[in-house]
Each structure stands twice: as structure tokens, then as C-alpha cells.
Design a binder for this molecule. Structure first.
Ligand SMILES: NC(=O)c1ccc[n+]([C@@H]2O[C@H](COP(=O)([O-])OP(=O)(O)OC[C@H]3O[C@@H](n4cnc5c(N)ncnc54)[C@H](O)[C@@H]3O)[C@@H](O)[C@H]2O)c1
Length: 462
């Protein structure tokens, strides 16, 4: 088949590469000239296992090419199908901004001959109905086919999806979709466009409830008699529940869950309904990153304006290059607002980008420099460089009271147990046994002598 994929963000580029892999002739259409140039040069715009290699392969095979506009190539050699995978970012009130989708559909509706259209973007229930109202000619050729892939296994999820949800008004388009997918062995849920749209939102709302539930249980299990990991393992072994996402952490982390749950909540409010479970999931996940400052206020002896804090890692997950909703985006500004001096290090983000993302924080050139002389280290990404570091040496570089807040519960507690530091994680009871050599003097408004000061601040220039 000849297929155009409009929008080459994460979803579009993965779709384009996966479709080329299936033998289709694919054009990735991207209007951003910088992104287009880098794609045409064979550089994947997002980090995703296997993507770079498969992108190069698809380009070399000639089955994938890129273009800035759809019209000229459609005139030369018409597309059988156009997939729309443009962004639906949040508006200020939480609703989905549908301007990219509307614009893309207007472009496709003007093509002659008329191709089939598949909407991959995540849109609120009822959007397809409204959009097609303006383009009734497309109705028989239209499918809403939301994307359910996971960041970190996106290509594999395309190759072997858990389900394909298709919302259509006419059976006419179904064989075209089956040819496009080449029939993966998974359930096909063929339904109305509004139900397909709702299936995507409801799925993300459920995932948000699951992470929110894990965080709520973690908050209930901080007493010495609990191990939250064992509790959640005990819960997740039930096949009706499962282990996925049943881990306490610092809240949502990826871009889609906060965006889509907020858009669903907005849709519910506009429809005059109520969704208390959804509201609770949003509330608990969006306040969870506050645990970092809460812990630092509790464990550091003075106000945070006396403290040097090293933030280690700014990604939500090492394989997820999307920093738009990473907990670091909430944690670091909160620390800076409390007037803490913050240095930040991430093995995959350069000093310039760190400065742009976190104005006021000082980028550190490496892990050791980041922790040298800091009173607390806050771990926000389970980078191997951080998890497998020599924490005995890092502990010696930290200044008293040497607090380590593990926002990912990723450090090896058995290694930390004997070290002279205060280790705190999410939902775990304190595990550091060795007493630390400092006196707790409570909160002190002026400069606190409880913080160890090691001369001038030790972050080497970068
Ligand atoms: N990121 C995910 O993991 C994920 C998962 C499931 C669903 N989704 C949904 O998929 C959709 C796309 O997500 P994304 O993260 O890839 O978005 P994105 O915003 O990163 O990328 C969208 C791209 O489309 C381009 N674009 C917009 N209008 C265009 C047009 N008319 N012609 C050509 N290019 C155009 C933009 O320049 C941009 O590069 C969203 O609705 C999102 O909610 C995303």
C-alpha cells in the first residue's frame, strides 16, 4: 500500500517505520523543517529502542521517505491511506488543543482522489463526529484508530499490539485497515468512532488510577512493620490486577497520562457529569512529586535556603527522552523556589539544555562533581550510571547530613545500609543504620550551622 503519515513526532515516526517494515511504501509528512531535515538525514527524533536502526534500514530500502507537504506527492502517486498522527497538546484549561488535527484533516479532505483516513491522535470522545461534520465525503473512508503503544517498547508494540481498536461508520474502510496492519494476531475491537476515542481515554484513566493506587498504598505503608514492595507484589500477583505500574514513585512522569486524564476530566465537566475516581487519580499523581521537598524539609536540619542539593537525572525513565512531564520539571523549580542551591546532572542532557530547562540550577559536568559538597542528593532517574555508581565514594563526597532521596526506589538498599548517610525512598521505611555525625537543630531561620560548609561551592565550571 502507499501510505502517508502526517506528523512525525513519536507516534508518527514509529508508525511510519513500522509500516515500512511491513513492506508498505510510506511517506512521513512533517511540517517542522528542523525535524524534517533531521529525519531525512536518518536521525530518529525520539529515543526508542530499535528505532534508529529501523529508520536507517527503512530509508536505505527506499520504502520510507519524508516530505514537508502531502499534496505534491499525492498528485504524483496517490496515497491509498493517510494516517494522521499530529499532536493534541493541552490547552491552559486542560482540554485538548485540536487545531493540528483539524488542520491536517482539512488538508486530507481536499486531496483528489480521496484516500482513506486513519486518525491515530488521541482526541476527546465525539471529536470525529464533529470533524467529519465538516467533511461528509470522508465519512465512508474514515477510521479512528487510537494508539496504545508504550514508550520504551513502542516498535515491539506496533509489531505485536495487544489490541487494535477501530472506530468506523462504514465497513468499507475495514479491509483497508486490515491490509495496513496485515492482521496482527490480537483482538480487534470494531466499534463507533466515539467509543474508540473513549477507549483510549478510559485506558489512560485506568493506568493513572493504577499508579495513583500504588502511591496511595505506599503512603499507608511507611511504618516500620511494612514493606511496600512486598505488599504491591502480593497485590500484583493476582492475574486480575497484574504487576504493571504497581510501583510507587513521583507521579505520572510521562507526557500522555497527565495530558489525557486532564482532557477527560475537562470533557466530563463540560458534559455536566462527575468522575470521582478519575479526579482522585489526577490529584494523587500530581501531588506526588511534592514528596521530595517534604522529605528534604523533614530530614535537613535547616531551611532549604541553606542547602546545596544535587539532582541526579532529569528523565522520567532512561529510555524516555520526553522531558515535558518528567517529575524533574516540578521538583527542581520547587527546590529553587525554596531558595535551595541546586546543581543538576543527567548523562543524556548537556549543560546548555539543562540551563534552558531549569533556569537557576547549575549544571554539573559529572556525577561526582554534582554530589561533591552537596547536603542532599535527589535521584530522579534510574540511569545505570547512578544505580551502579560507587555510593561509598559518593557518600564521602556529600557534605553532612548526607541525605539521599531516591525518587525512583532504584538504589540498592543493601549497599547503602552500612553507609553514613540518610537514605529515603518512596514508601519505604528508612534503611540506613549508621548514625550520621550531625546534630539536628530543627528549622532555623538564619544561616544554620547544622549544614556542613566546605569552603566555596564545589561545582566545577562546565
Ligand atoms: N507519545 C506517546 O507515547 C503517545 C502514545 C499514544 C498516543 N499518543 C497521541 O498521539 C498523538 C501524537 O503524539 P506525539 O507525541 O507523536 O506528538 P508530537 O506533538 O510530538 O508530534 C506531532 C508532530 O506533528 C507535526 N505536525 C502537526 N501538524 C502537521 C501537519 N499539518 N503536517 C505535518 N506535520 C504536522 C508537528 O510538527 C510535530 O512534529 C497525540 O495525540 C498523542 O496524544 C501519543
Amino acid at each position: 500500500m502507499r501510505i502517508a503519515v502526517v506528523g512525525q513526532g513519536r507516534i508518527g515516526v514509529i508508525g511510519a517505520v513500522a509500516l515500512a517494515e511491513r513492506g508498505h511504501r510510506v511517506t512521513g509528512v512533517e511540517r517542522d523543517p528542523v525535524r524534517l531535515g533531521s529525519l531525512a538525514a536518518g536521525r530518529a527524533p525520539v529515543a526508542e529502542p530499535g528505532l534508529q536502526c529501523q529508520l536507517s534500514h527503512a530509508l536505505e530500502s527506499g520504502r520510507l521517505r519524508f516530505a514537508q507537504e502531502i499534496v505534491p506527492s499525492h498528485r504524483r502517486d496517490p496515497y491509498d491511506l493517510v494516517m494522521i498522527a499530529v499532536g493534541t497538546p493541552p490547552n491552559a484549561d486542560g482540554s485538548a488543543d485540536l487545531s493540528q488535527v483539524t488542520e491536517a484533516l482539512d488538508e486530507v479532505a481536499a486531496l483528489l482522489p480521496l484516500p482513506c483516513v486513519v486518525l491515530k491522535s488521541t482526541v476527546p470522545p465525539g471529536t470525529s463526529d464533529r470533524l467529519i461534520g465538516a467533511h461528509p465525503r470522508l465519512r465512508e473512508r474514515y477510521a479512528c484508530n487510537p494508539e496504545f503503544l508504550n514508550e520504551g517498547s513502542a516498535l515491539d508494540d506496533w509489531r505485536a499490539p495487544a489490541r487494535v481498536v477501530v472506530g468506523i461508520w462504514s465497513q468499507e474502510v475495514l479491509p483497508v485497515l486490515r491490509r495496513m496492519y496485515q492482521g496482527p494476531m490480537c483482538p480487534w475491537v470494531v466499534t463507533t468512532p466515539a467509543s474508540a476515542e473513549m477507549a483510549k481515554y478510559a485506558s489512560n484513566a485506568f493506568l493513572a488510577m493504577k499508579t495513583g493506587f500504588a502511591n496511595e498504598i505506599a503512603r499507608l505503608c511507611t511504618g516500620a512493620e511494612f514493606s511496600v514492595d512486598d505488599v504491591l507484589r502480593g497485590v500484583g500477583c493476582d492475574a486480575r490486577i497484574g504487576h504493571a505500574l504497581l510501583r510507587p514513585g513521583l507521579g505520572f512522569g510521562d507526557f500522555c497520562l497527565p495530558k489525557d486524564t486532564a482532557a477527560l476530566a475537562r470533557w466530563v465537566a463540560e458534559s455536566g457529569g462527575r468522575a470521582p475516581l478519575l479526579e482522585a487519580a489526577i490529584e494523587i499523581n500530581s501531588t506526588q512529586s511534592g514528596l521530595v521537598t517534604e522529605t528534604l524539609y523533614r530530614e535537613l536540619p535547616g531551611e532549604l535556603d541553606q542547602a546545596e542539593i544535587a539532582v541526579l537525572g532529569v528523565h522520567h525513565q532512561p529510555w524516555n527522552g520526553d522531558l515535558r512531564a518528567a517529575p524533574s520539571r516540578a521538583v527542581i523549580p520547587r527546590l529553587l523556589a525554596a531558595a535551595a542551591r541546586v546543581r543538576v546532572w543527567d548523562p543524556a542532557v548537556g549543560a546548555d539544555q539543562l540551563t534552558r530547562l531549569f533556569p537557576g540550577a547549575i549544571p554539573a559536568p559529572d556525577l561526582r562533581a554534582a554530589v561533591a559538597g552537596a547536603h542532599a542528593a535527589v535521584v530522579l532517574t534510574e540511569w545505570p550510571e547512578i544505580v551502579e555508581a560507587d555510593w561509598r565514594e559518593l557518600a564521602a563526597r556529600l557534605a553532612r547530613p548526607r541525605v539521599v532521596v531516591d525518587g525512583k526506589n532504584c538504589l540498592r538498599t543493601e549497599e547503602l545500609a552500612g553507609l553514613p548517610l540518610l537514605y529515603r525512598s518512596v514508601g519505604h521505611r528508612p534503611c540506613t543504620a549508621a548514625p550520621v555525625a550531625y546534630e539536628v537543630r530543627g528549622r532555623q531561620p538564619a544561616r544554620s550551622a547544622a549544614y556542613e560548609v566546605r569552603g566555596t561551592q564545589p561545582v566545577p565550571s562546565v
